[in-house]
Ligand binder design. Structure first.
Ligand code: FAD
Length: 504
């Protein structure tokens, strides 16, 4: 039987980076296994079409449990196919504020440690090259043809007294500005497009698609390979060096649970024999809940050809010690599931995303049958501090929304509404930002080099590893983490020139 040095499970954001970086070393062989397909729906390439991808063939289409604070269940899309969630996401490319990384207090994972890897991942133009990359695989930049609502929205934020951020994606700026997008020449660029597809021909890289891993093979405490099913037939493959799980913050804990690595009592209840009692696997689920102020527009909102959210603003709520709210203008009337409001073209939203939530949720496995989906409960807003921060964010959003610059667009406030209660709105008008993270965190489930404690030759490298979610959209952080992890694995730490200033 053929044996690879490394087996990577999942060709999403992290898996695409890892497969490409590890196979730069010609003496290293890699098998990358992806549950979804190689060819994705054509809408993946069209930036404005991203909302239509939820529920498509490129989505696992999970849902949350009914949330106690909102009374509704949230759709929980996450990507399936080459590129994973980077193929269905909203393309905002931002690192999160440097204080998020520093707050982890983990050696090797501070913002300064991550900066060379962020830079290595991207090509930007017109940004400070000490902070931003100029020759990395992902080509990122602000919207080429800004939507008129967003230009006025930015003016409104400045009018309300917020600072202008010349580079809100950098991780060292607060305030409002044009965010970078993973859109190149008008088309979405998935992480697979940037990293993986160009190297598919490498002789040391094998990619299996439509192949779903259902178990890890563990022999005497060592992970020796994985079992997967393709076209209804089971296969077993072995890794000479390591297995790397990059199946995402939902897929990775599920796979560990199915393989007997997780909270022992919970696994037994599901009919799974525990091998390693690892209570943290599937705990600590975090996401950014999004509320917002919804407006009926005074004039038609053109559909636009961007990603529907070209401006972001990072701000700090009164009780916070670091930036904890992201505000974003959306040219769609987005609102919580089941709430009435205007149709597309008739409304817009000023959304408020809670960037440093205190609430923690779970991904639980309830059956030994791999086809039974795990139970996902983010427990949004179950910590009162989160509700308070969202209410503060709604006040900030309203203030901006009332600015003179938005007068031509503003019809009337629909949510919370002139007589609406902000707290009630923060609880009920809530959506997922789809930034699931934290379910196999560094420092608990994983050591500092992302190795699973209690099992040899097994690492996790994806959004699961974040000890606490960062104050930005999660794709760029995951790409940066995978870049650093590739160096940790190969031991080829590269020197970085020109120690950049990371001051505000
Ligand atoms: C609708 C939506 C909008 C978003 N918008 C943004 C945004 O604008 N900006 C941003 O930065 N982030 C955004 N995100 C989040 C961001 O894209 C993700 O955090 C990031 O891509 C996660 O990367 P990952 O490698 O951890 O997982 P993923 O990219 O999800 O990759 C996991 C891969 O593993 C595969 N897999 C899972 N289980 C198995 C198995 N058992 N066998 C084989 N393969 C398996 C999956 O099919 C998938 O391809 C969004 C996400 C969604 C869903």
């Amino acid at each position: 039987m053929h044996e690879w040095d490394y087996i990577i499970v999942g060709a999403g954001s992290a898996g695409s980076v890892l497969a490409a970086r590890l196979t730069e070393h010609s003496d290293v062989s890699v098998l990358l296994i992806e549950a979804g397909g190689r060819d994705l729906p054509p809408a993946v390439a069209v930036p404005a079409a991203w909302p239509t991808l939820s529920g498509s063939a490129a989505d696992w289409a999970d849902v949350t449990t009914t949330q106690v604070t909102s009374g509704v269940s949230e759709p929980m899309p996450h990507g399936r196919g080459l590129g994973g969630s980077s193929a269905i996401n909203a393309m905002v490319f931002t690192r999160g504020h440097r204080t998020s990384y520093d707050a982890w207090q983990l050696p090797g994972w501070t913002f300064a440690d991550m900066l060379p890897y962020f830079r290595r991942s991207e090509t930007t133009a017109g940004r400070d090259p000490r902070l931003r990359g100029t020759d990395g695989p992902l080509t990122v930049g602000p919207a080429a043809r800004p939507h008129p609502l967003f230009a006025d929205g930015l003016t409104a934020a400045l009018e309300a007294g917020h600072p202008f951020a010349d580079d809100p994606s950098s991780g060292v700026r607060e305030g409002f500005g044009w965010t970078d997008l993973t859109v190149a020449l008008g088309h979405r660029q998935t992480v697979a497009d940037a990293y993986l597809r160009p190297v598919l021909g490498r002789p040391n890289l094998t990619v299996e698609t439509n192949a779903t891993v259902y178990a890890l093979t563990i022999d005497n405490g060592r992970c020796t390979g994985v079992a997967f099913v393709r076209d209804g037939r089971p296969h077993t493959v072995t890794a000479g060096t390591e297995v790397i799980l990059a199946a995402g913050a939902i897929g990775t804990p599920h796979l560990l649970h199915l393989s007997g690595i997780g909270p022992a009592a919970e696994l037994e209840q599901a009919g799974i024999t525990p091998l390693v009692d690892a209570p943290g696997v599937g705990q600590n689920l975090q996401d950014h809940p999004v509320s917002g102020v919804l407006y009926r527009a005074a004039r038609s909102v053109p559909p636009g050809d961007g990603n529907h959210a070209e401006i972001t603003g990072l701000v700090q709520s009164p009780a916070a010690t670091r930036p904890d709210l992201q505000l974003l203008f959306v040219d769609l009337p987005l609102r919580g599931a089941g709430l009435p409001g205007p149709d597309a073209g008739e409304g817009y939203a000023l959304q408020v995303a809670l960037m440093a939530p205190h609430s923690r949720g779970t991904v639980r496995t309830v059956s030994a049958d791999p086809l039974t989906r795990p139970v996902i409960d983010p427990r949004y807003n179950t910590d009162g501090r989160d509700v308070a921060a969202l209410v503060a964010g709604l006040e900030i959003a309203r203030d901006i929304g009332e600015s003179a610059a938005l007068r031509p667009w503003r019809g009337r406030e629909v949510l919370p509404g002139p007589d609406g209660d902000l707290r009630a709105s923060a609880l009920r008008n809530i959506r997922s930002y789809h930034h699931y993270a934290g379910t196999c965190r560094i420092g608990d489930v994983l050591d500092l080099e992302l190795r699973v404690r209690g099992v040899d030759a097994l690492r996790v490298i994806d959004a699961s590893v974040l000890p606490a979610i960062v104050s930005g959209n999660t794709n760029a952080p995951v790409v940066g983490i995978a870049e650093r992890a590739a160096d940790l694995i190969t031991g080829s730490r590269k020197e970085v020139v020109g120690g950049p200033s990371v001051g505000r």
